[in-house]
Write a new protein. Structure first.
Length: 283
């Protein structure tokens, strides 16, 4: 008897929810039809006037990705660049902690000095002694640093800076924020890193920029695959893609805006009736 009663309660809830959905849908359709009729009349009146231009013709591009490719055109978004710089600072501290856990042979850091010398003394000594030609692992110097420079470069390039402005920003992040900033607490600033990171980063970064332009123009798809497009966009421009999760992605124009869909679920037929929901996050 209890099972039958719970079964009818479940059916009643489902039918009530369905009826409410249908009613709301019908009201929305009626409203939409009325709006469409009014909009059509307004559009006809607008088109009859030769002095009024189409809104699309008067629209201005929102990002550099809307414009044809150029090495010199710029339309800087300083607010987003400030977010990116703060993200670099936080990521730099985390990277420093991770590198400190690696063996001395990987980073060439003097573990004894790090352990026995206060960090403010280390920083002062390293800044006075530098820069020097370091003996770091080749992977760090000639693979990771150029890639890091490309990421710094893309952080500015994707926010409307031209090649020169993006290279200057990459130089700032590499030399001021990292070499003479965070990393100076651990080692003397490096000549190779100060040169290779921004220069190689600019060359690689401009290639990254052109690749991301292709991905953005194809609605975040690469070779027809959206998964591949999104993955490669994260590889070539990770900081902007990360910030986009919180500040919105101006390149997507709301086509695939992040959203959360919740679907309630009711199980009244089991031994223990359960009520829950399923959440789906779409990026």
């Amino acid at each position: 008897m209890r099972t039958i009663l719970l079964f009818y309660i479940a059916i009643f809830i489902s039918l009530t929810a369905r009826a409410a959905t249908i009613s709301a849908s019908n009201e929305a359709d009626s409203t939409t039809a009325a709006i469409d009729t009014a909009a059509l009349a307004s559009l006809e009146a607008t088109c009859s006037s030769a002095s009024v231009q189409s809104p699309l013709a008067a629209a201005k591009p929102l990002t550099l990705y809307d414009m044809p490719y150029s090495r010199t055109r710029h339309m800087e978004n300083w607010g987003r660049l400030a977010y990116n710089t703060a993200t670099f600072a936080g990521a730099g501290v985390v990277t420093l902690l991770v590198l400190e856990c690696l063996p001395e042979g990987a980073t060439a850091w003097d573990k004894s000095e790090i352990k026995h010398t206060p960090f403010w003394h280390r920083y002062g000594n390293h800044v006075k002694e530098g820069p020097v030609w370091d003996k770091d692992n080749a992977v760090f110097n000639y693979v990771l640093h150029p890639y890091g420079g490309a990421v710094y470069y893309m952080s500015a390039r994707s926010n409307g800076f031209n090649i020169l402005g993006s290279m200057l920003y990459a130089t700032f992040v590499s030399n001021v924020l990292w070499e003479y900033g965070i990393e100076a607490f651990m080692e003397i600033p490096s000549i190779q890193d100060m040169i290779i990171t921004p220069i190689a980063g600019t060359v690689i970064g401009e290639g990254f920029y052109r690749l991301k332009r292709k991905i953005v123009q194809d609605d975040y798809r690469l070779f027809g695959s959206r998964a591949m497009g999104v993955a490669v966009a994260w590889i070539v421009d990770p900081i902007n893609e990360f910030v986009n999760l919180f500040a919105g992605n101006p390149c997507k124009r709301g086509k695939h805006a992040a959203s959360i869909t919740c679907s309630p679920s009711i199980d009244l037929l089991g031994r223990r009736p359960q009520v829950g929901f399923t959440a789906v996050i779409t990026l």
